[in-house]
Design a protein around this ligand. Sequence first.
Ligand SMILES: C[S@@+](CC[C@H](N)C(=O)[O-])C[C@H]1O[C@@H](n2cnc3c(N)ncnc32)[C@H](O)[C@@H]1O
Length: 351
Amino acid sequence: MLNSGIEVEKAYAQKVRLFLQQNGFFDGRFRVISGSEKVVFPCIDMPKKDLVALKKLHSSVKKISVGFSGRPRKPRNMKQALFGKLSEKELSFVPSAFDSLGNVAIIEVPKELKGKEKLLGEALLEVHSSFASVYLKTGAHQGIFREEPVKLVAGKRKKFAIYKEHGCTFHISIGKVFFSPRLSTERKRISGKIKKGEHVAALFAGVGPFPIVFAKNSKMEKAIAIELNPQAVKDMEENVLLNKVSGKVEPVLGDVKKLAEKYAGKFDRAVMPLPKGGENFLQDAIKFIKPSGGIVHYYQFTSRKDPYTIPLQQIKSACSSLGKKFRVVEKRKVREFAPDIIQIVIDFRVQ
Ligand SMILES: C[S@@+](CC[C@H](N)C(=O)[O-])C[C@H]1O[C@@H](n2cnc3c(N)ncnc32)[C@H](O)[C@@H]1O
């Protein structure tokens, strides 16, 4: 098979290589041919104006078609893997970020690349051999269970993703439960704050990442992990066994609101990672805390310009309705969400 190459006298090879690399024309999938007098660089097709600029580097620069010997090199990123398969304009829209759930990748594809999802998925598999499948995110998290709708675009169809984090392994039912690797830093951060012997209420627990990471990375006594989605609870039960934390994490299928009375006043700490609508559960979460006091970790999506005013008002109003006092211990940005929206967390002590 013939591919495009740029031939040049050896003395000018370095200049040409730099030009090709800096302008994104170097086709890193193939090996450079180095003769005694000339060098041929593999390249992708470039606009005429760039070829003219390249030829100005030295009179020996020539575009040729050549069969590059040896096996093609593994592409280093999606763009490289897609050289020659997408136009130059399309290549500029290829995403560089994606979510990795262990052996499964979840990609988002911009509208400019609609119809090219399979190509992108295959490119990702070519670059990252650790992935068995690539799923396309087909919409935002939806419904009360906050599942992420996805569609297989490349590789093998899998029921579960197997994801590892902070010494724990998680089975995650693809497309049927909420899971976000982007909260990993939060799980470790809170683990570092939990004191020996604490009882933790892990609310909105999903497949169990918060309580299971706590069990493995802190000296807590026990967590109850409340979750409404039956499939997530099934996954969580499996994850509790998988991580050998049966005595420490108790999955409970149910509604945080309904269970707040049953578990009232029993916990040193409550974690409530339900950013959308979390304000409707603030009073319930506070009820879990011991009368002697404890910490609530409250997550919200808020405005980038003024992230804390509204969530602090929500905390104040929930505490005063229950006749409780509170003190903010820490407030921080968790992650970017949309151009004008960020996710934040406020840790407050309530008594
Ligand atoms: C944003 S997800 C967080 C899941 C998990 N903590 C994680 O980080 O992967 C919110 C979870 O809360 C659950 N949920 C929603 N409303 C609930 C309720 N009233 N009681 C218990 N769980 C609820 C959803 O099913 C979903 O799994």
